[in-house]
Design a protein around this ligand. Structure first.
Ligand code: TRP
Length: 368
C-alpha cells in the first residue's frame, strides 16, 4: 500500500493555547508515531501570517521560535516530524504563481473563510481594500500542500474551503497539463465537535488571543490558577446550596473535554465519575470553588510536563533553531523536486529537455 504524507501548519501570530491543543496538536502527537505515514511535515506559515500582518513583521518574527517551543513542549519529536518555515522554501512562491492562472478572482472571494476574514480585518472598508496577497492566500496554501504531495491535511473545519480550493487546483492543473504530478489531499478533521472549537474561559464560542480568553500551553501554575478561578460558570449559582446549571458553564464544558474517571480517585474521590459530579451540582450543594480546584488539578497535570520540556528548550534555543534549519533544508529538497516536475509538465523545461531544441530546430529546417 502506498504510504501517506501528512502536512499541516500554523500561523506564527502568538503562543498556542488549549484550544489549539485539543483541536489539533494532541492529534498530531498521536499521528507522529503511526507507521503508515511516510512523511509528516509541520510548517510555520509565516508568509501566510504576513498576508494580514504585513505592517507588523516583528510580531511574526518573534513568534517563530515561540510556536516551535510549543510544538516541542507537547512532545512532537523532530525524529518523527519535519518542522520548517514557509518563507524559507522558495519553490512555494513559484508554485503559487503557476496556480494563480487556474483560479478566478471571483472564486477566491467566494471562499467562505476568506469572506469572513475580510470582514473581521476590515478589508471590506473602501479605504483599506483587500490586499491581493491576502485574497490569494488559498492559492498559496494549495502550493504548501501540493509541494509536499500531502495526502492528509489535519486541520480545523474552518480550513475545509482551503482544501476544496486545493483539490480544484490539483484537478485543473493535472487536466490542463495532462499529467498526474499533483496529488489530491484530504482534510483530517477532529471528530469531536467540542474539541474542534474549545470555547473561551469567558464562555465565548472560541478561545482566541484577541478575545483574551485563553489558557496558553506555556502559562505557569499561578496564571493557570487565576484563569481557572475566574472562569465563567453559572451566574445564578450564588450560594453553594443553589442548584447550578451545567449548560454554558465553562468549568463543566472543560471537564467534558479533559476529565477522565481516574481523575476522581486522584483529586476528588467523593465522586466516581463526571455524571455524579454534574448531578450534585444541578441539585445544589456543590460550590464553584470545588469544581474549579478539580479542573485546575486536571489541567495542571496536562500542562506541567509541557512546562518542563519547554523550560529545557527555552534554555537551548540554538537547538530549537537548528531543528527548523535542518527541517527547512529537507523541505526544500522535496518542494524543489515537485516544482521541477510541475515545470516539466508545463513545458517550462527549456534547458533540461533535449526535445525542446529539436522541436524548435524543426521549424526552421522545413523553411530551407
Ligand atoms: N491556514 C492555516 C491556518 O490558518 C495555516 C496553513 C497554511 C495551513 N498553510 C497550510 C494548514 C497548509 C494546512 C496546510 O491555520
Amino acid at each position: 500500500m502506498k504510504k501517506q504524507t501528512i502536512l499541516t501548519a500554523d500561523r506564527p501570530t502568538g503562543k498556542l493555547h488549549l484550544g489549539h491543543y485539543v483541536g489539533s496538536l494532541k492529534q498530531r502527537v498521536m499521528l507522529q508515531n503511526k507507521e503508515e505515514y511516510d512523511n509528516f511535515f509541520i510548517m510555520i506559515a509565516d508568509i501566510q501570517a504576513l498576508t494580514d500582518n504585513y505592517g507588523t513583521p516583528k510580531k511574526i518574527r518573534d513568534n517563530i521560535l515561540e510556536v516551535m517551543l510549543d510544538y516541542l513542549s507537547i512532545g512532537l519529536d523532530p525524529q518523527n516530524v519535519t518542522f520548517f518555515i514557509q518563507s524559507q522554501i522558495d519553490a512555494l512562491s513559484d508554485l503559487t504563481t503557476y496556480y494563480m492562472n487556474l483560479v478566478t478572482l471571483s472564486r477566491l472571494l467566494r471562499n467562505p473563510t476568506v469572506k469572513s476574514e475580510i470582514k473581521q480585518r476590515g478589508f471590506d472598508n473602501e479605504k483599506k481594500g483587500i490586499p491581493v496577497g491576502f485574497a490569494n492566500y488559498p492559492i498559496s496554501q494549495a502550493a504548501d500542500i501540493t509541494a509536499f504531495k500531502a495526502t492528509i491535511v489535519p486541520v480545523g473545519d474552518d480550513q475545509l474551503p482551503m482544501l476544496e480550493q486545493t483539490r480544484e487546483i490539483v484537478k485543473s492543473f493535472n487536466s490542463t497539463y495532462n499529467t498526474d504530478v499533483l496529488l489530491t489531499p484530504e482534510a483530517l478533521i477532529p471528530e469531536n465537535k467540542i474539541c474542534s472549537r474549545l470555547p473561551g474561559l469567558d464562555g465565548n464560542a472560541k478561545m482566541s488571543k484577541s478575545l483574551n480568553n485563553c489558557i496558553y500551553l506555556s502559562d505557569d501554575y499561578e496564571t493557570l490558577k487565576q484563569k481557572v478561578y475566574n472562569m465563567y460558570t453559572d451566574p445564578n449559582h450564588i450560594k453553594v446550596s443553589d442548584p447550578g446549571q451545567i449548560e454554558g458553564n465553562m468549568v463543566f464544558t472543560y471537564l467534558d473535554v479533559f476529565c477522565q474517571d481516574e481523575h476522581f480517585s486522584k483529586y476528588l474521590n467523593e465522586y466516581q465519575n463526571l455524571d455524579e459530579l454534574k448531578k450534585h451540582y444541578q441539585q445544589g450543594g456543590l460550590g464553584d470553588m470545588k469544581i474549579k480546584k478539580f479542573l485546575l488539578n486536571i489541567l495542571d497535570e496536562l500542562l506541567s510536563p509541557m512546562r518542563e520540556k519547554r523550560n529545557y528548550y527555552e534554555q537551548h534555543l540554538d537547538e530549537v533553531l537548528n531543528i527548523l534549519k535542518e527541517g527547512s533544508l529537507y523541505a526544500n529538497q522535496v518542494a524543489n523536486n515537485t516544482l521541477q516536475e510541475v515545470k516539466n509538465a508545463m513545458g517550462l523545461d527549456y534547458f533540461n529537455n533535449s526535445d525542446f531544441l529539436k522541436e524548435q530546430q524543426k521549424k526552421y529546417q522545413s523553411q530551407n
